[in-house]
Design a protein around this ligand. Structure first.
Ligand code: NDP
Length: 305
């Protein structure tokens, strides 16, 4: 029987792993489908304390994982498909085995949201993507559009200007919700442009690759085709909680409900990071809540004995 199993290897899960490992709980950390979480899909992280010159997202994950392993955290590449609860323990169903544990920290994060239009499905991987860091280099000397108005849209646009000749953000409102510093960089960059108040209705292509997007102006209803080689989606994320199948309380959007001590409604199950955070969603707040969850698990197990 495991003492604690951590689901997810993003910064929240890894921080929980460091703390539970240092508490001699020998945590087992299950990677999930997106090993390393969202930081592995980003470039410069400039606001994580302790790195005055910034750090690359994937590097931050690599060194934090190493730090957790140093204290005895064990890692497993697999994903959980379901959890069942017995009197004093939980059964985790993985792809090929079952693990029994006294406690669980869920840090499964959130995955990129898609537009949900049929033509998007057709051109996924053929010009439509949710990851500028992964796919940006394919668009050297091409024109691309980015959909969204948050920090991700700003960051991805900035990154894409390294390759593309022009980056046009299409946003459904007439102002961005992104932080001022990110907006300033965007507006200063001569390769960046914006189309306001518009929604993508259809991705147009030649069957093999994207050639344009059909957009609708939400004020006038006018439809226009915007020529583009690539479509980068930066429209937020959806929490990865479907595997819980009602065991743990979630809100209307699927985010796990926790109290201010990272406790869920099920004693012994804790949640940290983006999977339970609808407000801050920063690397540092995810790490902080991972630490909290680990300390709560330690207390929970001590009280149980
Ligand atoms: P956000 O939820 O902040 O923004 C999503 C954007 O997409 C919004 O502008 C939203 O529009 C738009 N949107 C949502 N759904 C649709 C849709 N179906 N069609 C069209 N547009 C849509 O997500 P982000 O990923 O940008 O950021 C998430 C968190 O991560 C934030 O807290 C952010 O601060 C943080 N972050 C920080 C970074 C940094 O500091 N370096 C970098 C990247 C992210 P609307 O405005 O109308 O709601």
């Amino acid at each position: 029987m495991e003492k604690v199993v951590i689901l997810g290897t993003g910064i929240a899960g890894l921080t929980a792993a460091i703390y539970t490992a240092r508490a001699n709980l020998s945590p087992l950390v299950i990677s999930g489908n997106e090993d390393g979480g969202q930081l592995t899909l980003t470039t410069d992280v400039e606001n994580f304390p302790g790195f005055p010159d910034g750090i690359q997202g994937p590097e931050l994950i690599t060194i934090t994982k190493k730090q957790a392993a140093r204290f005895g955290a064990r890692f497993k590449i697999d994903f959980v498909t379901g959890i069942t609860k017995s009197n004093h323990h939980f059964k985790l169903l993985l792809s090929g085995e079952t693990i029994i544990t006294e406690s669980i920290i869920i840090t499964t994060g959130a995955s990129a949201r898609w537009l949900g239009i049929p033509s998007e499905e057709k051109y996924k991987g053929r010009g439509v993507t949710t990851c500028a860091t992964c796919d940006g280099a394919f668009f050297k000397n091409k024109e691309v559009v980015v959909i969204g108005g948050g920090d991700s849209a700003m960051e991805e646009s900035q990154f894409l200007t390294k390759f593309a000749t022009k980056v046009t953000v299409i946003h459904r409102k007439d102002s961005f919700k992104a932080s001022k510093i990110m907006q300033n960089r965007f507006f200063k960059n001569k390769k960046c442009a914006v189309i306001w108040d518009s929604e993508v209705q259809e991705i147009i292509g030649d069957g093999k690759k994207v050639t344009a997007v059909k957009i609708k102006n939400l004020n006038t209803g006018k439809m226009t085709a915007v020529k583009t080689d690539g479509v980068f989606l930066a429209i937020g994320h959806i929490p990865n909680t479907s595997f819980l199948s009602g065991l743990v309380d979630v809100d209307s959007q699927g985010y796990i409900k926790t109290d201010r001590f990272t406790k869920t409604n099920v004693p012994g199950i804790f949640a940290a990071g983006d999977v339970q955070d609808t407000r801050y969603r920063q690397a540092i707040t995810a790490a902080g809540s991972g630490c909290q969850a680990a300390m709560e698990v330690e207390k929970y197990l001590a009280e149980k004995e």
